[in-house]
Ligand binder design. Structure first.
Ligand code: GAL
Length: 955
């Protein structure tokens, strides 16, 4: 006999969105009605299953005095109760929808509150949960008021009849797993808890219910039309525009439009009989026209990022300051758009997007990616039983966010396959709000959408799409294209984004993209610095795939963000040093250049000798002008010279201070004169050593020992780098993944065979063959040393042997400097790291850094920190000049140690600083999810020759 009991917890596994809550409605930032934040410290008890405890805790007299306490908003797993779990697309429980495991961590929360004095006795009250993961049941003063799912969406309950002046008891039972979990399989940590605000709102009689601000802009006439539809009649006033109309009535007046570049908002009020609600109105019209996404008649170019909500200690429980920091960082890095991957964000974030100006693709809280493991069988989005839940999610997003001018596109969700449920969502959204476009990447034929969207398409395919040669359905061929995800920013990278940007700017149909993703979701952790998947002993996990952002978990910009800022700069400055003109192009879609000031500067050997103001006309969007540079300063010459032109903020703005750098370019004038080193000294064989100018070598091996007073160890050819996440690539990548292939070939264990040490009249020549065990490929490597008595010159010649099928990770020499080396100064690219396809932001100049400052602290250690185009570097008492320019890297550990480390805390500084001077580096690409390095950035083995001059720095 078998039986299953029905119980009070059946709602957990019920596909329905919940019961007892109020219909969704518009959210507003402020109102004159009273409200009470219930955030704070709550009593908390964790149970291992959904039904381990009865619900007596909800009763008024229950004594929770011995319970733990947690902060609300917050996730209990980040507050010492249980652990977070990270999976990309795999459900961390058996797939048997809508059933969830018996082991279902359940957090009972209990909070007691008094109404503030003078809390109005009339009207009603609403209890609002802005976000709870993943399913909650709520009691107020012992009365069960309902339950809900839809973690990143608001849920409101009418509770006025239950309130009393003092000692109200709010009890919330939160289940980690529920039927809703099947709809929330986003690539992120599973983090149960009441993670957004809990608020009690007084609802006065005659107060505002739902309202919809329709504010369009006629760009031909320069007129805005406003109509506020409201469930409760009232008046709408916008004093700045002298508007005072009844709700439901239209008014057309001259306005300044809202755009992300010019975020003009008009403050107003919606007043009903019982309440005054603040409005912030932005006039703009979004349209699909001529196959393009246009705002106010102008096609947009998204320079976007995908933003998950993240804080390294608080998870997805973000405070206003963190949200503001995100927006300011985006604005300061030239980003103009955000996709709220993969759920509606905390609503205050959208207020900030309205205020500072960012285009928003607002995405619904929906992903069922784990069903891909079973060929999408039983996918909830193609099963009518789930459609009410999907529609509920769509409505909760649209109703909450519809009054934000920044939201220009609704997204149905992410990676949920295809199905009728999605179509139903799209139809519902279109019926409710036809003033925005609809996006969903999984809809490859664009049956339900207004934008053809893809993720991680490679450059060649994007070009094909740009040229309109991609085929596809008739409807799709008429739609604009965006990359809703590209440039996978995991670890070192992403590479190749300048090449994407070039395509975006070359084809009208391509309206830009959104880098994956904004921030690493590392969790601050004493053991590791920042923890990632697996660090909490999860049964299934996806490692550091959760750390793939442009910001480190603590919001420090990574080199990827610096690169992106340069790649998407809104002003293009193209110059020709020789003829002394620069062509300046305004790349904004709406703004002229009046907010910017331009400066020129002139460098000799990287040092600025003169600078001045460059006067650039206030070009309209898309316009260019040729601007004359001054005559190059006269004076002692002989060095390498170049111009640098910078565009900076002319005055403080809401998001950046005066002088903040927005765009720049450099143009070489005269090339670097190369140093001639006379071969005046010859090698001399002594007791066990050979001397040559300032240098001493081991007589038997020809290995360099010292240069003047500086000891040098282990100088030899080096081809290995600690593979980056992009070198390793994702398991599902169709392309060759070089990280694993390099290891298989043995490039991390090259053997150096000594063939000869030859003392010539003017040179010491050491011949070697560098090759991995078990393979026949090799690099014949010859070191030729000469000297003029004070300087030492090394020319390395490399000739590949055998059938090399892979690019090399790097090609150069490495050497160890013993003792206390504190830092380096160099002339070349900086200040930050660069690789062949991440080099746009590398500015040629004089730079200096500590050794620690040269490291980029990727959450999972990997190759990092190379400086590009280095002419010379001074480090550890040595000056090294290169011919040609080289890549410079220095660290307190070897590449092998870096390779072995799993967290930065595994890296222990030794007594040697290891310096790599590279002739070549393999590009980075973004194969941790996207395409690998483009062919032109690959380091294919070929005969090579490169030279370094070493001299000791005295004093
Ligand atoms: C996409 C997905 C994102 C994330 C990314 C890889 O497929 O939409 O959520 O998983 O890949 O980091």
């Amino acid at each position: 006999m078998s039986f299953r009991t029905t119980s009070a917890i059946d709602y957990v596994e019920d596909v329905s969105p919940g019961s007892g809550s109020l219909p969704p409605r518009a959210r507003y930032a402020s109102s004159d009605a009273r409200s009470l934040s219930l955030n704070g410290s709550w009593r908390f008890r964790l149970s291992p299953t959904a039904d381990a405890e009865d619900d007596s805790f909800a009763a008024e007299g229950f004594d929770a005095g011995d319970w733990a306490e947690v902060s609300v908003p917050g996730h209990w797993v980040l507050q010492g109760h249980g652990s977070p779990i990270y999976t990309n697309h795999l459900y961390p429980f058996p797939v048997d929808p809508p059933r969830v495991p018996t082991g279902n961590p359940t957090g009972d929360h209990r909070h007691t509150f008094d109404l503030p004095s003078h809390w109005p006795s009339d009207g009603g009250a609403v209890l609002r949960f802005a976000g709870v993961e993943s399913c909650a049941r709520v009691w107020l003063n012992g009365t069960d008021i309902g339950e809900f799912k839809g973690s990143r969406l608001p849920h409101e309950f009418a509770v006025g009849h239950l309130l009393k002046p003092g000692g109200n008891v709010l009890a919330v039972r939160v289940h980690q797993w529920s039927a809703g979990s099947y709809l929330e399989d986003q690539d992120q940590w599973w983090l149960p808890g009441i993670f957004r605000d809990v608020t009690l709102l007084h609802r006065p009689a005659g107060g505002v219910l739902d309202f919809f601000v329709h504010a369009s802009y006629d760009h031909v006439e320069g007129l805005g039309t406003l109509r506020v539809d409201s469930d409760v009649d009232g008046r709408v006033t916008l004093p700045g525009l002298d508007i005072d109309v009844a709700t439901g009535e239209s008014v057309t007046v001259p306005v300044r439009p809202w755009t992300a570049e010019t975020p003009q908002l008009y403050d107003g009020v919606l007043a009903t009989e019982g309440e005054r609600v603040a409005l912030r109105v932005g006039f703009r019209t979004v349209a699909l026209e001529d196959g393009l996404l246009k705002v106010n008649g102008t096609p947009l170019l998204f320079k976007g990022v995908n933003r998950h909500e993240w804080h390294p200690e608080r998870g997805r429980a973000l405070d206003l300051e963190t949200m503001r920091e995100d927006v300011l960082l985006m604005k300061r890095h030239n980003i103009n758009a955000v996709r709220t991957s993969h759920y509606p964000p905390h609503p205050a974030f959208l207020d900030l997007c309205d205020e500072y100006g960012l285009w928003v693709v607002d995405e619904c809280d929906l992903e069922t990616h784990g069903f891909t493991e079973q060929d999408w069988r039983d996918n909830p989005v193609d099963d009518d039983r789930w459609t009410p839940a999907l529609l509920d999610r769509a409505a909760r997003m649209v109703e909450r966010d519809k009054n934000h001018p920044s939201v220009v596109v609704w997204s149905l969700g992410n990676e949920a396959g295809t199905g009728r449920g999605l179509t139903a969502m799209a139809e519902w959204i279109r019926g409710r709000d036809d003033s925005r476009l609809i996006h969903y990447e999984g809809d490859i034929d664009c049956r339900d959408t207004d934008v053809y969207s893809r993720m991680y398409a490679d450059h060649a395919e994007v070009e094909t799409i740009g040229r309109g040669l991609d085929g596809g359905t008739h409807k799709r061929r008429g739609l604009p294209f965006i990359l809703c995800e590209y440039g996978h920013a995991m670890g070192n990278g992403p590479g190749g984004i300048a090449d994407y940007q070039h395509l975006f700017e070359s084809y009208d149909r391509i309206q830009g993209g959104f880098i994956w993703e904004w921030i690493d979701h590392g969790i601050r952790d004493e053991r590791y610095g920042f923890a990632y998947g697996g660090d909490f002993g999860e049964e299934l996990h996806d490692g550091n795939f959760v750390c793939d952002g442009l910001l480190f978990p603590d919001r420090t910009p990574s080199p990827g963000l610096i690169e992106y800022k340069k790649v998407i700069e809104p002003v293009r400055i193209v110059g020709d040093g020789a003829d002394g003109t620069v062509r300046v192009t305004n790349g904004y879609d709406f703004a002229d250049l009046s907010a910017l000031a331009f400066q020129w500067s002139y460098q000799v050997d990287g040092e600025t000798v003169e600078a001045g103001v460059l006067s650039v006309p206030e070009l309209a969007p898309g316009e260019s002008a040729d601007v004359k540079l001054p005559d190059p300063p006269t004076g002692p010459r002989g060095g390498e010279t170049q111009w640098t032109v910078r565009a900076t903020l002319a005055a403080d703005t809401a998001w950046g201070p005066k002088d903040h750098l927005v765009a720049w370019a450099q143009f070489p004038l005269s090339a670097r004169p190369l140093t001639a080193v006379a071969q005046s000294d010859g090698p001399v064989l002594g007791e066990g050593q050979i001397t040559l100018g300032p240098a001493a070598f081991d007589a038997r091996t020809g290995a360099l020992r010292s240069i003047g007073g500086v000891d040098v160890r282990g100088l030899r050819l080096d081809v290995w780098r600690a593979p980056t996440d992009n070198d390793n690539g994702a398991a599902w990548q169709p392309d060759q993944r070089f990280g694993p292939l390099w290891r298989e070939l043995g490039l991390h264990r090259m053997q150096h065979r000594l063939d000869s040490v030859e003392l010539g009249d003017d040179a010491l020549t050491v011949r070697t063959r560098v090759a991995p065990a078990a393979r026949e490929v090799a690099l014949r490597t010859v070191y030729r040393w000469t000297s003029d008595g004070t300087r030492l010159r090394l020319t390395v010649s490399v000739a590949p042997e055998g059938d090399w099928r892979l690019p090399l990770p790097r090609l150069g020499i490495r050497l160890g400097l013993a003792g206390s080396v504190h830092g380096a100064r160099w002339f070349g690219g900086g200040p930050g790291e660069a690789y062949p396809d991440t080099k746009s932001a590398s500015m040629v100049g004089r730079w200096e850094s500590t050794i620690d400052g040269l490291q980029t602290p990727y959450v999972r250690p990997q190759e990092n920190g190379a400086r590009a185009d280095v002419r010379w570097v001074e480090i550890g008492g040595l000056r090294v000049e290169g011919e040609p320019e080289f890549w410079f890297t220095a660290r307190r550990w070897t590449s092998e140690q870096l390779d072995a480390a799993e967290h930065p805390t595994d890296l222990l500084a030794g007594d040697t600083v290891w310096v790599n001077l590279d002739h070549g580096q393999q590009g980075i690409g973004s194969q941790s999810c996207g395409p690998g390095a483009l062919e032109q950035y690959q380091l294919r083995p070929a005969p090579a020759e490169f030279t370094f001059h070493f001299s000791e720095i005295h004093g």
